[in-house]
Design a protein around this ligand. Structure first.
Ligand code: TXA
Ligand code: MG
Length: 321
């Protein structure tokens, strides 16, 4: 199959209506989209990604009101979150209605909903009479794509079309949240583009990590993104380098400043901005995957607040072998 990269919403609409899968831009990462109401389209997504069936998909909607057609019960706190952050990098898990097929949610009674904030994809969603199931547009276990070229690298030849919306501005996946059964707290199932303190401010509810158990966060595998090079996570590159003289087969990712000169040293944000660090992280990792001669990556943790929480989460998962 030839994969075309283009900006035609009409082409994307036609393919999606025919049950095909298409890569779409979002503000977080590129998604691999199909009709969320069509089990065959969902099956195509799993097949193209080589994704295991126990890992459910996020359902993308073009307007907050659409959620009421697909979710059975939308608690007050969830409405507040939709008002405050949609369109944006927040996914909300809600009890689903029958119309969402079981393959989309891996058999769970809930579905994850998000209204993405990318003009092309919002326009696309408004032209469709169904929502879009879309996981990140990478092969299972590989790095999430923040540019159309990243999608082409991994999925070229497997999908007919990539809707080119330029580089993603947020750069890490959405925060996934669920209102607890008693309505008293917000469970963070995955840290991401909206920091927990903003969720607390919008709802007046405290956030907590999801209670342990298989149901709440399927797919949140410890070893999530396995870089094609081993990644070692440290508190400080400077301290690490004092013990291990840097060689040329190692690449380094620093937060704000370079503690030593090295041909493969990348800085996430020279101004020390966590949103910039999040936006650059996957891009740098993609570059390193394509740099010959690099045998390992050493990265330092960033300050664990705001978007830094999501950055540290992705670095930690990448470091699991
Ligand atoms: O930013 C994003 O969220 C991107 C863009 C494309 O929207 N999408 C994304 O999808 O990151 P994906 O498939 O890589 O991650 C989806 C995760 C699943 O692994 C699972 O942990 C969680 O969402 N999820 C989906 N449905 C769920 C449900 N019903 N209950 C709990 N978690 C769910
Ligand atoms: Mg993913």
């Amino acid at each position: 199959m030839k994969t075309i990269l283009g900006t035609s919403i009409d082409t994307a609409v036609r393919l999606l209506q025919a049950g095909e899968v298409v890569a779409i831009p979002t503000e977080t990462v590129y998604g691999l989209a199909g009709n969320a109401l069509n089990p065959m389209a969902a099956a195509r997504i799993f097949a193209v990604k080589e994704r295991p069936a126990f890992d459910p998909l996020i359902v993308h909607v073009g307007a907050p009101e659409a959620v009421f057609r697909y979710a059975r019960d939308v608690p007050e706190a969830a409405r507040r979150l939709m008002d405050a952050f949609w369109p944006g990098p927040l996914t909300i898990v809600l009890p689903k209605r029958e119309v969402i097929p079981g393959i989309v949610t891996s058999g769970l009674p809930t579905a994850a909903f998000r209204m993405p904030r990318h003009p092309l994809t919002l326009q696309l969603l408004r032209q469709l009479d169904f929502p879009l199931a879309a996981p990140s547009a990478n092969l299972f276990g590989r790095l999430s794509p923040t540019r159309p070229e990243h999608v082409l690298d991994q999925l070229g030849g497997r999908i007919p079309y990539i809707l080119d919306g330029g580089p993603a501005t947020v750069g890490v996946e959405s925060t996934i949240v669920q209102v607890s059964e008693d309505g008293a707290r917000l469970w963070i199932l995955r840290p991401g583009g909206i920091p927990p303190e903003q969720l607390e401010t919008a709802t007046g509810l405290p956030t907590t990590p999801a209670p342990a158990g298989p149901i709440q966060s399927p797919g949140q595998l410890e070893r999530h993104y396995a870089p094609t090079r081993p990644l070692h996570l440290v508190d400080s590159l400077e301290a690490w380098a004092a013990q291990h003289p840097p060689d040329t087969h190692t690449a380094f990712i620093a937060f704000q400043r370079a503690p030593f000169a090295h041909p493969h040293l990348y800085i996430l944000s020279p101004e020390g901005k966590l949103d910039e660090a999040a936006a650059r992280l996957f891009d740098i990792l993609h570059q390193l995957e394509n740099t010959p001669g690099i045998r390992r990556i050493v990265a330092e943790r960033v300050p664990n607040r705001g978007l830094g929480i999501a950055v540290n989460d992705r670095l930690r998962r990448a470091s699991r072998r």
